[in-house]
Design a protein around this ligand. Sequence first.
Ligand code: AMP
Ligand code: MG
Length: 396
Amino acid sequence: MAELQSVERALEALLKDVKAGDVERIECETAAGRVLAETVTARLDVPPADNSAMDGYALRHADAGQWLPISQRIAAGYAPEPLAPGTCVRIFTGGEIPPGADTVVMQERVETQDAQAHVPGDITLGDSVRCRGRDVRAGTPLLEAGTRLEAAALGHLAGQGITQVSVYRRPRVALLSTGDEIIEPGQSLAPGQIHNSNRPMLSRLLERFGAELVMREHVADDFATTQRLLREAAEQADVIVTTGGVSVGEEDHVKHALESLGQLDLWQLAMRPGKPLALGRIGQARLVGLPGNPVSCFVGAWVYLRPLMGALLGCPRMATLPRLWARAAFTTHTQARRHYMRVGLEFTTDGIVAHAFADQNSAVLSSCLEADALAVVPEHTTLDEGERVECLWLTD
Ligand code: AMP
Ligand code: MG
């Protein structure tokens, strides 16, 4: 039997020479999940002026401890007049501090009578003032190239008044589901058939990983169909993802069809689930052939497709999943293959506990339902309950 290859070697082969795609300029409104192709520099101070963190009264700190006439009212959204000497101003959260004032006192601490306010003497200079540029300073880097635009980044861009950004093109992916037994949901099952679980599952994961799905086809188990659809996929896609048909059975046609069109490496990996993995190319398109079992597809997507999408999207952070250590709430042992066990994480005051779904067979998709992480049990290991196990957190 051929020697088993490590996951690391397969990843290296998969990611070799992969570069981010073209750059395009898009509206921030539609930029969620995209990756910046430029470092964005702040052009504005945020906040643009000193403003009040409280509803209260603004004054000169030196005037505290006495009754002061209230000379102005400043709500958020209105430009203040300079502070008249020896007075204070009524101010509301977000209101701009008038020139000459330096401190705000919250209204709960202030007595008022006849358009005068009494401010206590024990206040600290600068209290409740949010200084200009505290959040962002104009001219400094706001977001680095390679940042995936999620909620906070989008808010930050908007804070600068920015409406367009340069991002990398989304990787175009063709998803091909092989298998004569596979039919789509909505069609009734004849004897021998099963519904296509991999297609919606991988579609969703690929979308989360930033891909654009340009083709989704079912592929019958025959050489000519497989060859035709692979050729079609290679014309449109950066990446062709196939499921099933990469074992060495007589009905596994992906290998031969791919060899007829491009090049293929069929890997036997030291991992469970998902021992066979096909990596290849047809012209410019890369092919990742996952085995058909839904759990192998699920795990393979996180382990292989996520870093690949990250590289094509120009997002270095997607190269690896966040790792954490947890105490195993289960016992297991491995032989020649590293086991990626689907585990639920429980966050306790004593640390993180990993609970494994009872049936870890690669055909049992239920094991992925509650999976927060993949616990990685190395080759030739006995893991006892209570021991520490490294987990890959399944998160964006
Ligand atoms: P294969 O890798 O083609 O030998 O398939 C391995 C196992 O996964 C077989 O039991 C298939 O029926 C099953 N399988 C393949 N593709 C799918 C799919 N799209 N959805 C659900 N099960 C699948
Ligand atoms: Mg098959």
